[in-house]
Design a protein around this ligand. Structure first.
Ligand SMILES: Nc1ncnc2c1ncn2[C@@H]1O[C@H](COP(=O)(O)OP(=O)(O)OP(=O)(O)O)[C@@H](O)[C@H]1O
Length: 741
């Protein structure tokens, strides 16, 4: 890998320069422009890879350029040479796991290249010189002439570009995952085939289809004479602080977002203290994101569709321009040391609000029924977030507003290590955005398919089920019946722990904590074990109690453990508080076919026990690689759920405890189902979890820790000269196509 940085000053657009000169100056936008001009004047027989050769001759051999070769596996690179404005670590990742390095130069632009990838860093427009920003700006720079135009009032308007360079991102999908929404009282089922992003797509050359791509426009400053009033036209939000604009267009797609980053006033105003490399140097980015982009399946498409029939729901509108402003980690104590909270709160403190213009949208992560989720970076920080963008008009038209409302309200309540944190929310007439923690590990559906035989080993399954169980327990205590448990809704955090997402189908109900007698617990009170882990103090989630041969604690602690075990035994004999909505009832027909509980299908009314049914299906799928009642068609699946007995495949071999737990959870009559009496506490005592330290599970080492860099990797752009008037910019796993003319 070679990393080349240049200290050459940036050449202005008006300068008559060659492609080579432009590249030597490392001004990619100019290079693209010149390449376009060259192509226009080039005979048809000209070499299609000319620009690549030129590029390489400049980047690799260029005398002014500095070449660096570094190791071979680093995916995060921290640039210690950056100045104060670039003091934050730089995420640099390249598609083929080759190291790349970002170098900042005083003169403005840096370019890093490997054999496969190139990163362009523009200090002028990249406040913190991190590559997430760079990548998006690199994309911006390719858009040479589709610049925002001004109307007769001198206002920025989003113009429809002519034949310009654009950067369509194709997001291949790994599977279908959709929800079926029935009419308010109908049984009709409508399927949606949205899906999630995944793997490598072939590099094809396609004409630009503007409304299917993410296009990040070239930075341009708002004229100082901009009249804020003139911006207040249809589809535009005006920043109350600085009068910068956020343009929203919405037609058939769930949401089309055009953001205009902070105006000069906002841009020059520096937050008092942003902990993570905040530096705003006047970037003005226009981003057009169309949520309607198509995705193609690669492998492992999920056919599981969620069903939603809120027959009793009333439509509610999202509140105007609300945010979590003023909210501190006082209401979310788990967030007190979270750097993302710090960064968001600094923006909030500085600007009085958090809005879409404080983020760089980098990549579409996936689409759901009610919106699309983007990877975004808080401008000037290295903080990635996931932003769910929902078009209120679309939601209203499709009668999905209640679902969006439910999800937002639930997210606001959450403060749990295995549930998403809502860092900010902002809404307007047209758009509602939820800013959440970004999970780089994908979801458990994808992760499972990467396992041998597409099944998780039992210990891994135990870990995930345990964390999900804790999340469900917490939700129940808040009066939330989740109702849509499935591997697709369980994301893997950076640290390998899980995050249960997607609350739009959840049921909110009141909880009446009650005391129950310990005698009612006897049925599932597990036999105690005598091994070193008998006290359930082992923090190793894979420790299996008696089978754990090595003591997890020093002998000196044996006495203490014994005392703790005695205390626990005593606690088990005490009356127990149940704070879960075991009595809640709903008649909505919601969930996912293969995960639907029998009582939902039969329309008998359901409560929190449906979550324990789905937990059983979930464990089954993790262990066996398929769900227990799946039929050829959805109808057959539903019939199987109601009528067919539970069977376990011969392979893979699954322990008696695991099968016993599934048997307990997959009892068709909810009143006899494990967990129905006292909730999660009952399930936690099942022998399958023997030896698991529930209190410390979040400190345990997860079965798998995702390669975080894969996420950032997608933003490293490599250039390849392509013939036929295209220059392709590959983005790991996806591909961008830049039409030169
Ligand atoms: N916090 C996150 N971090 C990383 N990826 C996320 C995050 N939230 C969502 N995603 C991705 O975005 C996709 C779309 O999420 P979203 O919740 O909008 O749709 P969904 O899961 O299909 O649910 P629904 O249809 O109910 O909206 C998800 O499937 C997931 O792959």
């Amino acid at each position: 890998m070679r990393a080349i940085g240049s200290h050459s000053p940036v050449t202005r657009f008006s300068d008559p320069i060659s492609l080579k000169q432009a590249l030597r100056g490392l001004c990619i936008s100019q290079a693209a422009e010149v390449a376009a001009l060259k192509r226009l004047s080039m005979p048809p027989s000209a070499s299609p890879r000319m620009s690549e050769k030129l590029y390489r001759s400049v980047v690799v051999e260029g005398g002014e350029s500095r070449t660096e070769v570094s190791g071979n596996s680093s995916r995060f690179v921290q640039d210690s040479t950056t100045n104060s404005s670039c003091s934050s670590p730089n995420y640099i990742v390249e598609p083929n796991v080759k190291p790349v390095e970002c170098k900042s130069s005083d003169s403005g632009l840096s370019l890093v290249e490997s054999s496969e990838s190139v990163v362009v860093a523009d200090k002028e427009s990249s406040p913190a010189c991190n590559v997430i920003t760079h990548a998006s700006e690199a994309k911006q720079n390719f858009e040479v002439s589709a610049l925002p135009r001004q109307n007769s009032h001198g206002d920025d308007v989003i113009s429809k570009p002519d034949k310009k360079i654009s950067a369509p991102i194709k997001v291949p999908k790994l599977r279908r995952k959709s929800k079926i929404q029935t009419a308010s009282s109908s049984s009709a089922v409508k399927s949606n085939t949205d899906s999630k992003p995944t793997r490598v797509a072939s590099r094809t050359i396609k004409p630009v289809i503007r409304n299917k791509n993410l296009v990040i426009r070239k930075p341009k400053k708002i004229p100082e004479s901009t009249d804020a009033n003139n911006l207040k036209k249809s589809g535009q939000m005006i920043c109350q602080k600085c009068q910068c604009s956020l343009t929203v267009t919405s037609k058939d797609s769930p949401a089309t977002v055009t953001t205009t980053e902070a105006s000069d006033e906002c841009r020059t105003k520096k937050p008092d203290s942003i902990p993570i490399g905040w530096e705003n140097k006047g970037t003005h980015v226009k981003t057009i994101v169309n949520l309607k982009s198509t995705e193609k399946g690669d492998i492992s498409q999920s056919s599981k569709s969620s069903i939603c029939d809120f027959s009793s729901s009333t439509t509610t509108s999202l509140s105007e321009d609300s945010s979590l402003s003023g909210s501190t980690c006082g209401s979310k104590p788990h967030m007190s040391k979270d750097t993302r909270w710090g960064a968001i709160n600094c923006v909030r403190k500085q600007y009085g609000f958090v809005g879409l213009n404080h983020f760089n949208l980098l990549k579409k992560l996936g689409s759901g029924d009610i919106g699309t989720v983007y990877l975004a970076e808080l401008v000037g920080t290295n903080c990635p977030f996931a932003i769910k963008v929902m078009d209120n008009e679309f939601l209203g038209r499709r009668k999905k507003m209640p679902r969006a409302h439910t999800e937002r309200e639930i997210l606001r309540m959450l403060d749990h290590p295995f549930l998403p944190t809502l860092y900010a929310q902002f809404t307007s007439d047209n758009l509602s955005c939820l800013v959440m923690e970004f999970c780089p590990g994908g979801d458990l559906h994808v992760l499972r398919q990467k396992q041998l035989a597409r099944c998780f080993p039992e210990q891994a399954a135990r870990f995930y089920v345990a964390e999900v169980l804790l999340a469900l327990e917490y939700l129940h205590m808040l009066g939330i019946v989740y109702r849509d448990l499935k591997p697709e809704n369980i994301l893997v955090r950076e640290d390998g722990h899980i995050m249960l997402t997607d609350f739009d189908l959840s049921l909110r109900c009141t909880v009446n904590p009650m005391l129950v007698k310990s005698s009612s617990l006897g049925k599932w009170d597990p036999p105690r074990v005598s091994g070193p882990c008998a006290g359930s103090n082992c923090i190793d989630p894979f420790c299996n109690g008696p089978s754990c041969q090595v003591s997890c604690f020093a002998p000196s602690r044996a006495k203490k453990l014994k005392a703790e075990a005695a205390a626990k035994a005593k606690a088990r004999s005490l009356p127990q508080l149940v704070a879960e909505p075991t009595e809640a009832r709903s008649n909505s027909f919601v969930g996912t076919h293969e995960y639907l509980a029998p009582e939902i299908i039969k329309g008998e009314g359901h409560g929190s026990a449906v979550d324990w049914w789905t937990l059983g299906v979930f464990l089954y799928e993790l262990l066996y690689g398929r769900t227990p009642f799946k039929g050829a068609e959805n109808e057959e699946t539903l019939a199987n759920v109601v009528c067919r007995g539970l069977k376990f495949p011969e392979g893979p071999i699954v322990s008696f405890e695991a099968r016993d737990l599934m048997r307990g959870l997959l009892v068709k009559e909810p009143e006899n189902r494990l967990g129905v009496e006292t909730g999660a506490a009952e399930i936690k005592r099942h022998p399958f979890f023997e030896g698991l330290n529930w209190a410390l599970i979040r400190c345990a080492v997860p079965p798998q820790i995702p390669e975080v860099c894969d996420v950032v990797n997608s933003n490293v752009v490599s250039l390849e000269g392509k013939g036929e008037g295209f220059m392709e910019c590959s983005v790991d796993g996806e591909h961008l196509e830049f039409e030169l003319f």
